[in-house]
Write a protein that binds this ligand. Sequence first.
Ligand SMILES: C[S@@+](CC[C@H](N)C(=O)[O-])C[C@H]1O[C@@H](n2cnc3c(N)ncnc32)[C@H](O)[C@@H]1O
Length: 258
Amino acid sequence: MTNQMRKNRGLGELDSYLENFSGLIKNKLKYQKKVKILDAGCGYGLAMTGLLKKFGNRIEVIGYNKNKQHGTIKDLKRMSIKRGLFTKEDIKKIKNFPKIIYLNAEKKLPFRKESFDFIYCLHSVYLYKDKIEFFKEVNRILKKDGIARISFFEVTMLKNKKEVFDNLRKSNRNHFLEIWNETKQINIIDYFNNIKGIEIKFGKRKSKDHAIIYLEIKKQPKLNFNLKFVNSVNMGLIAPDKYGIRDIYSLNSTPKVL
Ligand SMILES: C[S@@+](CC[C@H](N)C(=O)[O-])C[C@H]1O[C@@H](n2cnc3c(N)ncnc32)[C@H](O)[C@@H]1O
């Protein structure tokens, strides 16, 4: 990851990019005393302290980064004070201040199955090789009835949902992920929407008039993608203005829906 990449998105971005994510938590807290949340690729972690400010001791939040250059607890405290979320004195008293761990999300995630009520991932998965394995891992560590939202890529915002998706289908813009059925490329939007427990949705990035396409996973006993990982390409190696990892998959067998 380059230094120019943003690591400071907060609760405002979480709620606009992933369509009122904190509303999901608020609803759950009507029926449950506490919820456990994972910020998958937290950067400085300001979305985590935004949630802490909003829900206090009713949440436990853990974030991960690939390494310390991408954000530490010290950065999180400093940035949260700078943004006026908490004072230094507040932070000393908070018992459930978020934690940041370091891991490689291209490998099995170091959490027990059914650990989290909610998982969000903002502008991080495009950097992982084999995103399908990551989606399966996310499903494994979600609790029963748990929900994950994973931002995927951005496109220009159009008038309504139909136009955004029609446009995506027409251009077959398979950012960061391609699926092939022998010589034919499959549209990933339709592909994912036909998998039980998965839905492609979009939120808004108002500053750029963009739609943030994200993948929602509702916990399933097992997620079956029916895909074989073929290879991945580091787009930065193709052209200096490109970035992220593009994964290529082939269908294991042709599903009836396609
Ligand atoms: C562009 S930053 C986004 C940070 C934050 N979510 C935000 O939106 O401000 C990308 C994040 O993905 C994480 N990341 C990238 N590749 C990773 C990998 N293979 N394993 C774990 N984390 C990774 C980085 O550590 C960083 O936290």
